[in-house]
Ligand binder design. Structure first.
Ligand code: TYD
Ligand code: MG
Length: 437
């Protein structure tokens, strides 16, 4: 005999009558409203990604691989805010209080007036943050996957638990103007684990990423209701925690070997931030039926496309080669503006011909082999110029690049319309046109 429970579910019916409570509509324009108040932690890389500081009452989710430094980052941020006088609570569901204390000590933040707890029960957390002389302004939940609501039977980490726990906290936080920061685990594919709806529920979603074998960590904004997305913050994991990297270009290029074929410098743009990175390509004769295409830090599909364009449009012989592509320094580049740099690195690798050391590239490549414009060329050129680059290979633009500033401040710019012109450039070495930036 087995027992069968029949759940009584109410069949939803449509509205029977149109009578409801009257909601007052208001005008879109409210002249009395000012901008959001923002709490600035002083960790600039973090503040910028949040859109210029955390907004009271906002919910932020930070996802990332295990051990990448999510807890470290949030502990540093929350300690900085606490030291500025905000009331901050850090709830860890993963670590014991002593472990958190030890980390804080290692970070030199043991003195910060942060209130600490180690629990996983949402009801307990909400009861505990209630009251006190001053309302709690910041609450860190590390991590949302360990939390549970006690009137739901499923285990912590399941879809229902994660969703309900987040919902409860966000509702509470919005009502009391408290900012919450959730740590979220990610799946093998790099998505935040649990329901996708979690990302819809919060105001801001940040990903903390990086190659664990490198020191660099990138904090990337993928959703932000209070600021621009696609901003990045660059950090370096050191013995004493995460240090801000103010000038990532210098670091990403610091180990560049200038006379090696297959290395091209890309003037990338992440959010509002121009950044120079090195694209490395290696082409080796392959003994495989289908040669390898191995990519680190970029989109493999785009590499396949660039290879196909180079083969079809300018007749390069690539099909017999294994291709390895690497963005040096462990950073991930997402923008198509890297196409031209990748193409240049590939041509250079295939012809075993090093590129000029003071040359940067950016531009998108289309399937017809055309070189397309990308966002903010001026910003990229400026960054390249600042770092001592003297030549730039970029897409042809309708208007002339950047107004003149000073005579001696020059970066020579070659504007390409077709990928063929890139190949020609290496053959003829024709002097490019000069513009001032
Ligand atoms: P952690 O913040 O615990 O990662 P997460 O919460 O994302 O799982 O970071 C753990 C890693 O960071 C660990 O491998 C050690 C390293 N680390 C340092 O290198 N320096 C430090 O000062 C700290 C606190 C951690
Ligand atoms: Mg952690």
């Amino acid at each position: 005999m087995t027992e069968d429970t029949v759940a009584q579910t109410a069949v939803p019916k449509g509205l029977t009558s149109k009578k409801g409570r009257k909601v007052d509509f208001v005008s879109l324009n409210d002249p009395t409203q000012t901008n959001y108040k923002r709490y600035v932690s002083g960790i600039e890389e973090f503040d910028r990604v949040c859109g210029g500081g955390l907004v009271p009452g906002s919910a932020t989710l930070i996802g990332g691989d295990p051990g990448i430094g999510k807890s470290t980052l949030l502990l540093q941020a929350i300690c900085a805010l606490a030291q500025k006088g905000a009331r901050c609570v850090y709830v860890s569901g993963e670590e014991a209080i002593d472990q958190v204390r030890m980390r804080a000590k290692r970070l030199g933040l043991a003195e910060a007036p942060v209130e600490l707890a180690s629990t996983t029960n949402i009801r307990d957390i909400l009861t505990s943050v209630e009251g006190g002389e001053k309302p709690v302004e910041f609450l860190v939940i590390d991590s949302i996957q360990t939390m549970y609501v006690d009137n739901i039977e499923s285990a912590p980490g399941t879809v229902t638990q994660v969703r309900t726990s987040a919902q409860e906290i966000i509702r509470y936080a919005k009502a009391r103007n408290m900012a919450v920061l959730f740590v979220g685990h990610v799946t093998k594919e790099g998505q935040i684990a649990g329901p996708r709806v979690l990302e819809h529920m919060v105001d801001t979603v940040l990903y903390f990423e990086g190659d664990r074998s490198h020191h660099f960590r990138i904090l990337r904004g993928v959703k932000n209701r209070f600021g621009p997305t696609d901003e990045i913050g660059v950090f370096e994991m050191e013995g004493g925690g995460l240090a801000e990297v103010e000038n990532p270009s210098e670091i990403f290029l610091s180990q560049r070997n200038q006379d090696v074929a297959g290395s091209a410098v890309l003037a990338a743009l992440e959010g509002s931030r121009p950044m120079l990175v090195e694209v490395q390509a290696l082409a080796a004769p392959s003994s495989l039926a289908s040669p390898r295409r191995s990519v680190i830090g970029w989109d493999p599909n785009r590499l396949a496309m660039i290879v196909a364009v180079l083969e079809t449009r300018i007749g390069l012989q690539i099909s017999g080669c294994d291709i390895f592509l690497n963005i040096a320094g462990g950073i991930r580049i997402n923008e198509p503006a890297a196409d031209l740099a990748v193409a240049a690195a590939l041509i250079s690798a295939l012809q075993n011909n090093p590129l000029p050391a003071e040359m940067v590239f950016f531009g998108e490549v289309g399937l017809a082999g055309e070189v397309r414009q990308v966002a903010q060329p001026d910003l990229r050129l400026k960054e390249a110029h600042k770092l001592g680059f003297r030549e730039a290979i970029i897409p042809k633009s309708k208007k002339s690049i950047a107004p003149k500033k000073a005579k001696n401040d020059e970066i020579r710019v070659s504007e390409l319309e077709h990928i063929q012109m890139l190949a020609d450039l290496f053959v003829s070495n024709a002097p490019p046109k000069a513009y001032a930036v």
